[in-house]
Ligand binder design. Structure first.
Ligand code: PLP
Length: 363
């Protein structure tokens, strides 16, 4: 069935017909070699999205949403006798601090307001003062505001201080640049259904393989312990049932990404769409919430115009076939967000801008 609605929320995304149809393939048992072959192929393609990662990092597949991958990463890779420094400037950084706390691991938090960048001066000071910190944990693209955090700078600090970096790349993987060695990355977590254009239900962690060489499990969890997945997925199998049909779709989406030219091509496509959105809305007097140079190419937050509430704007656009996204927490009634992930083309954005234009004429 053709999709009538364009999703402009930050995942799940509007699928291509090709990806949606892949979910109709034959039913498979996840313990049969046909599924193992599919899983191995997905793993290999994922490690190749950033060619630098292919040699030293292993993609570990999980059945669950992005949060599942993030929690599995923190659960498995931060040792009980380690110490985490979580850097936050939005919902997703704060969620990771809550996870480390829930798993009973020692942590410190360097918090910034949601409209501010990460406080890197404070991060560096804490690392100088407290040499027991083993892991820095941060969000690459903070979807709360659409800020692309300055992880290049954060990563340099980690590299210099020889502290491992763990990243939530859930809303950046496949589109924004990620540097594995320069950022001292031990792992990054992401999902099928954001910049990679798969269906919801599968997430994954890219882990530095050498970490598993000698490692006893650090996870205080059975389902979220990456180590058994790592071992069994060497042959394509998993300890628990995997989302078979969603795997078909993910596989197809990864082939589509390769055919379009990979991460760099997707970055360019998103850049062009997000520029178009920003320029079009600016002409109607709708300004970005962050400075433009701080915005990702994936999602942009805008100040809500004074002549409408979020609910009115959302409903108006939904009737026209577009689903936008509200702000969270304290930003709930002051911003709205537009993501341009998924099967979205330039003419979809033209239609969207046309709707905004109609709305401005009415009031
Ligand atoms: C979407 C998102 C998540 C995870 O969300 P799920 O609803 O669990 O898929 C985590 N971090 C960031 C930065 C996100 O954008």
């Amino acid at each position: 069935m053709m999709n009538q609605t364009i999703l402009l929320n930050p995942g799940p995304v509007t699928l291509t017909e090709r990806v949606r149809e892949a979910m109709q393939r034959e039913d498979l048992c996840h313990r049969e070699p046909e599924f193992a072959k599919l899983a191995l192929d997905i793993k290999a393609r994922l490690a190749q999205v950033y060619p630098e990662a292919a040699k030293e990092y292993e993609a570990i597949l999980l059945t669950g949403s992005g949060t599942c991958a993030v929690e599995a990463m923190l659960s498995t890779l931060v040792p009980q006798d380690g110490k985490a420094l979580v850097v936050t400037n939005g919902v997703y950084g704060e969620r990771m601090a809550a996870m480390v706390t829930a798993h009973g691991k020692p942590l410190e938090v360097v918090t910034s307001q949601w409209h501010e960048p990460m406080n890197l001066i404070e991060v560096e000071n804490r690392l100088i003062e407290d040499t027991s910190i083993t892991h820095v944990i941060a969000v690459h693209h903070e979807t709360t505001t659409g800020r692309l955090n300055d992880v290049a700078k954060l990563g340099q600090i980690c590299k210099r201080k020889n502290v491992a970096l763990l990243l939530d790349c859930v809303s950046s993987f496949g589109a924004e640049a990620i540097e594995f060695d320069a950022w001292n990355l031990d792992g990054c977590a992401a999902t099928a259904n954001k910049c990679l254009h798969g269906a919801p239900g599968i997430s994954f962690v890219l882990v530095k393989r050498s970490l598993f060489d000698s490692r006893p499990s650090a996870a205080a969890s059975v389902y979220l312990d990456l180590y058994p997945y790592y071992k069994e997925q060497q042959q394509g199998y998993s300890p628990f049932t995997q989302a078979v049909h969603v795997s078909y779709a993910f596989h197809e989406a990864l082939i589509e990404l390769e055919e379009m030219g990979g991460q760099i091509a997707r970055y360019r496509h998103y850049h062009s769409l997000s520029q178009k959105i920003k320029q079009g809305l600016k002409q109607l007097g709708i300004e970005t919430f962050l400075d433009e140079q701080d915005c990702s190419v994936v999602l942009t937050s805008f100040n809500l115009p004074s002549n409408t509430t979020y609910e009115q704007l959302h409903l108006f656009l939904k009737k026209k076939g577009f689903v936008i996204y509200a702000g969270q927490g304290g930003l709930k009634s002051s911003i709205f967000r537009i993501a341009n992930m998924g099967n979205i083309q330039s003419d979809d954005i033209e239609r969207l801008l046309n709707c905004f234009h109609q709305l401005s004429q009415r009031s």
